[in-house]
Design a protein around this ligand. Structure first.
Ligand code: ASP
Length: 285
């Protein structure tokens, strides 16, 4: 696959139907955005719950034998709203129903949590006419729970080199028994970084709801400004100090192959965002 760009869209970028339209227009504009990674729907407004939070609560309620059906219905309705907005075939309603039934029948926490990303990928793939590649077939964890980097790198290379335009659900892979295993919360950034590494991308775009890495939290500090350029090391320091904009574990995969990372705002795509490269790379192109 000739795909110099991997583009990952976070939960706030895909929280509801209107956001899917923005993402679709970003994907179809300009660059060769052939390899797309998606998170689960995030918060639509202050006080809203992310779909992953709802799924986590469903798992907790199931374990303690309490009723969870109301939350499952809420999730089903959220996806229903998204797919109705996108004018895709009615079969998608049946697919969503089927996955909700699987959640209903499962007690496996990682499987339940992963379905948020899976459903978003299913809808996005259908809506764009891209092929869905399940993350459990290309991202592998060892028996001790640690990522199997070598196997993952190989599988991404082998599988994604064959496809032209793909959507991959973020946040999970599979364990040594082939069952779904999730990363830590916020782990879709890691999925995108591993894919960028595995296919040898020239660029990893990370689309979120702020215009790059800011000098302060823009929801608190109105005068916060975008930092235009950072090195991987500077980004590591900023994320380890608590900035939520990018997962720190998603830095080493891009750094190891010197892949430029570009953090951009789905709600304001013309803004330049933050470009992250090696210490000595800025200003070279
Ligand atoms: N949906 C997962 C979470 O809320 C993973 C992610 O968004 O990256 O943590």
């Amino acid at each position: 696959m000739f795909s110099p760009v991997v583009s990952k869209f976070g939960g706030s970028s895909l929280s509801q139907g209107g956001q899917f339209h923005k993402v679709k227009s970003i994907i179809s504009s300009g660059k060769k955005r052939n390899c797309i990674v998606v998170s689960a729907p995030g918060k639509r407004f202050n006080g809203d719950l992310k779909v992953t939070d709802l799924l986590s609560e469903i798992h907790r309620l199931k374990e303690s034998g309490e009723s969870y059906e109301r939350l499952l219905l809420q999730i089903q309705n959220r996806y229903q709203e998204i797919f109705c907005h996108l004018n895709i075939s009615k079969d998608m309603g049946r697919e969503i129903h089927k996955v909700c039934k699987e959640i209903n029948n499962s007690l496996d926490r990682d499987f339940i949590l992963s379905r948020g990303e899976y459903l978003n990928a299913l809808i996005m793939a259908k809506s764009l006419g891209y092929i869905l590649v399940d993350a459990k077939d290309i991202i592998f964890f060892k028996e001790n729970g640690v990522l199997d980097e070598k196997r993952t790198d190989q599988a991404i290379h082998n599988r994604l080199s064959k496809e032209e335009k793909v959507i991959v659900p973020g946040f999970y892979g599979s364990n040594s028994r082939g069952a779904v295993k999730t990363f830590a919360r916020g782990g879709s950034d890691i999925t995108g970084a591993l894919i960028a590494k595995g296919i040898g991308a020239a660029l990893y775009e990370n689309w979120t709801d702020v215009s790059g890495v800011m000098t302060a939290d823009p929801s608190i500090e109105r005068s916060a400004k975008t930092i235009p350029y950072l090195s991987y090391k500077e980004l590591m320091r900023i994320t380890q100090e608590g900035a939520q904009v990018y997962h720190p574990d998603a830095i080493p995969p891009v750094e190891s192959r010197n892949i430029a990372l570009h953090i951009k705002n789905t709600n304001s795509p013309k803004e330049s965002g933050t470009i992250i490269k090696g210490d000595d790379q800025h200003g070279k192109d």
